[in-house]
Ligand binder design. Structure first.
Ligand code: ADE
Length: 418
């Protein structure tokens, strides 16, 4: 098979990539099952997909599934640090996907890669952070007429889509895959929880037991991280702007503080808010010597990196992989992980395959649903049947049986007469 158009670091890495993708596949039973169904039914025959996602082994298995359904795919990386060069090579050489991604690429390459995937005029967009949708609307509006719609994978992207919808500028049906129960409950919570701890450990080898971990943001991701940090023996402090979420954190036994106080207490501080400037100059001024800063939100805006640079008299790059040390004027050392970018993909391998199985199964079934249903522009929910089907497939793979409603129970639930 001739390699499709691509721009990856080294096709010679394909063998190693295939091994990595196969290893991940073992933990992705639902996606495997969907791939078998897709191979039989070919629901995506002739469908061109442009994707902007993390180029990982888990994504590669999602791409294999869509390919089995008949799709042609062009894939760009949604983050410069998350690309696995061997996986990228395997996708091109073995799985027939046009990949435009290299680990560590700069902003200009990132932009070039997004432009490249749109050169295969797509019918469907798969976005992780809303960048593709953004470019199509702002720079390539002529592509809109050929587009059936798309899926958005992450919280930050859905926030942007909803704002586009409010302003009346969203011209596509975009399905908020992020907002399904399965994605929020498993990927955002257990995935972010585990992979963020994994990133901290790989980058620093720090002991968490007995240390104070500050979790900024108590959404699904923050909740997952707080649970896992507590499980490691850390004292967890939560910061929030939402009173209900803050109260929830209090009820779960966490200390809740404004960042102005939490900053002085944290040994490790992690932002997971989806917002900008969560740790700013006035907070950096409070940090302990040796405090570790990391961000597990989608964009590198949550820690004010400009403030950190300007308050520092020296920057020691790569004191360990993905670990830079900033020295403040009074000698305090502040440790920044993964350049303040998405820590769990920059310093670790992202969420484990077992949890991406759920998210990417929802994604695959949603793409098939999307191309089969004429939809109007706006932010749409994934149909409940898809969420339920994926949960059923996961339970089946785990060998877990559940109860079913009797006809009497069904009718009781649909009646108001007692
Ligand atoms: N987002 C979070 N973890 C991921 C992974 N392992 N692969 C792709 N996207 C991800």
């Amino acid at each position: 098979m001739a390699a499709p158009p691509h721009d990856v670091a080294d096709l010679g890495l394909a063998r190693a990539g295939i091994r990595r993708v196969d290893w991940a596949e073992r933990a992705m039973p639902a996606l495997r099952r969907i791939r078998e169904r897709f191979a039989e039914r070919r629901p995506l025959a002739g469908v061109r997909i442009a994707a902007c996602m993390h180029v990982t082994a888990e994504t590669a298995n999602a791409m294999r599934t869509l390919r089995a359904g008949g799709a042609e795919i062009a894939l760009a990386a949604s983050n410069p640090l998350s690309t696995q060069d061997d996986t990228a090579a395997a996708l091109v050489a073995e799985y027939g996907v046009s990949v435009y991604a290299r680990a560590g690429m700069d902003q200009a390459s990132y932009d070039r890669n997004l432009a490249a995937v749109l050169e295969h005029p797509p019918h469907v967009l798969l976005d992780d952070g809303c960048d593709l949708v953004n470019i199509v609307h702002r720079e390539r509006p002529e592509l809109l007429s050929g587009l059936t719609g798309g899926c958005e994978q992450t919280t930050t992207g859905v926030i942007r889509l909803r704002q586009m919808e409010v302003e009346g500028v969203l011209k596509l049906p975009m399905v908020a895959v992020n907002d399904t129960a399965t994605k929020r409950m498993f990927d955002n919570r257990y995935g972010t929880g585990q992979s963020t701890i994994d990133g901290i450990m790989r980058a620093t080898n720090a002991m968490l037991a007995g240390r104070t971990v500050v979790v900024a943001g108590f959404g699904y991701c923050g909740r997952g991280l707080a649970e896992r940090a507590r499980g490691m023996g850390a004292r967890v402090v939560v910061t929030e702007v939402d009173p209900v979420k803050a109260l929830d954190a209090v009820m779960q036994g966490y200390t809740v503080l404004p960042m102005a106080q939490a900053a002085a207490e944290g040994d490790v501080l992690v932002t997971v808010t989806g917002n900008r400037d969560v740790i700013r100059a006035e907070h950096i001024a409070q940090l302990k010597d040796g405090a570790v800063l990391a961000n597990s939100g989608h964009f590198d805006v949550e820690i004010d990196l400009t403030a950190l640079e300007s308050l520092s008299v020296e920057v020691r790059r790569e004191v360990r992989p993905q670990t830079d040390e900033y020295v403040l004027a009074d000698g305090r050392r502040i440790v920044l992980l993964a350049e303040g970018r998405l820590l769990n993909l920059g310093a670790a391998e992202g969420h484990p395959a077992a949890v991406m199985d759920t998210s990417f199964s929802v994604q695959a079934l949603t793409v098939a649903w999307l191309v089969d249903h004429p939809l109007t522009s706006g932010v749409l929910d994934v149909p409940d049947e898809i969420d339920n089907e994926v949960a059923r497939l996961e339970l089946e793979a785990l060998g877990v049986g559940i109860d079913h409603l009797t006809p009497e129970q069904e009718s009781y639930l649909h009646s108001w007469r007692v």
